[in-house]
Design a binder for this molecule. Sequence first.
Ligand code: ADP
Ligand code: GLC
Length: 485
Amino acid sequence: MPSLSVLSVASELFPLVKTGGLADVTGALPPALKEERIRMVTLVPGYPGVLSALTDTEVVADVGALAGGPARLIAGRAGHLDLFVLDAPHYFNRPGNPYQGPDGRPYDDNPLRFAALARVGAAIGHGLVPDFQPDVVHSHDWHAGLTPAYLHFADMPRPATVMTVHNLAFQGQFPSDIFPALGLPGHAYSIHGVEYYGMIGFLKAGLSLADRITTVSPTYAQEIRSGAAGMGLEGLFRARSDVLSGILNGIDTDVWDPGRDPALEKPFDRRRMPPRIHNRKALRDRLGLDHDQHAPVFGIISRLTWQKGMDVVLDAIGDIVRLGAQVAVLGAGDRSLEDGFRWASGAFAGRVGVVIGYDEDLAHQLQAGSDALLVPSRFEPCGLTQLCALRYGAVPVAARVGGLADTIIDANEMAIAAGVGTGILFGQVARDPLIGAVQRTLAAFRMPDVWKRIQRNGMAADVSWAGPARHYAALYREVVAARGA
Ligand code: ADP
Ligand code: GLC
């Protein structure tokens, strides 16, 4: 099997910069691909947290002409990740979130910031770095969406391109008056290029021009071809369905290993479950929940947004508590939802515990201490928290959409009899179906043998990157072969 080189272009990369699952994916895929003889180097913006983590650095190019101001391309390492970093202080040396200022508003120059990232990615594809010529350039989400466009519209040989969409809710659409600043030829502003309903569409451009499109689960890859899930791009996905596929995410099973997780009160694994109970006790202490052994704890680790169905949880929370459950929430997001959960923790003191904020350690503790993990997403391209939950023995209770439908086996009676159920799935994301799912979960929880079986089935599931990495490797080889043909 010949080895391949792949340049990954992304705005986030765990553990250096993360606002969501995108970072987990871009951080975990490169090491997993080594097994497949694929060398992946990742191009990321030079945010302060990225630059300060870099080791073995070397300036490989002056890219000021591509990045609208003094800028350098730096090669370096962070842990076991090989990186190219676009050090363009005028765009990326800003504190806090990669996309918005302290007032919560997106930066006005976001199109130029991420066009610069894409343009440098394309330049690497065209041979900017003599000792790293990628066979494939793999772009993630709208931030990297123009990379396939810069590669496509340059009049020179180019590597194969793959565009992955992690979340269609973010498409990177901007007024067309930025077009001249992008440095693309005039004919790129067309329906087959970067134009999108009279605007510039970064994600749309990548999806139109990449050789292959992937998304992060087979079911989401189907859903986005029609109706609401396509978010306006369903026609494009249908037109390009021959090059569209879904590859599930995995999780980093070293970072998420309940047998060796330094954040936990007590380690445990599938064969040593009793210590798990200490983690529930610690979680209850931390979140101010009553020590009631008859009440299962439903954990939530989530962005607090409409996508994640968090308004429906708030609507149902009184009933969930009255049915005999507890709810433990870690999340941040929309102000009104944050306020709603704060209110619930006061109104149902001892039954609802809430931490508003972002906390990696607490996320681990919640997975280890909750009995169930609630994921009532209206849409979910893949979802990672349910994968962590499976590994940590928290039974996922989730909406039957996207990657949730692909990674959880509903523990109905037949599945339990066959020994395969791993969670509870429900249909419509609304108050009554959610309460119904909670009732099913409570019924299973009150049958300890059944509950243990569901937990153990989940913990036996392979949620690692090994399988997904094989699929990506096969895709890269296939697209390289197709272009060479
Ligand atoms: P999305 O990317 O849509 O937010 P995913 O489930 O794919 O959803 O990924 C979310 C990632 O962010 C997971 O690794 C999850 O543990 C983490 N996460 C989400 N909210 C928080 C939080 N408040 N604190 C810590 N980790 C969080
Ligand atoms: C997005 C999606 C989520 C997915 C993640 C990583 O943020 O909302 O479902 O798991 O990207 O692919």
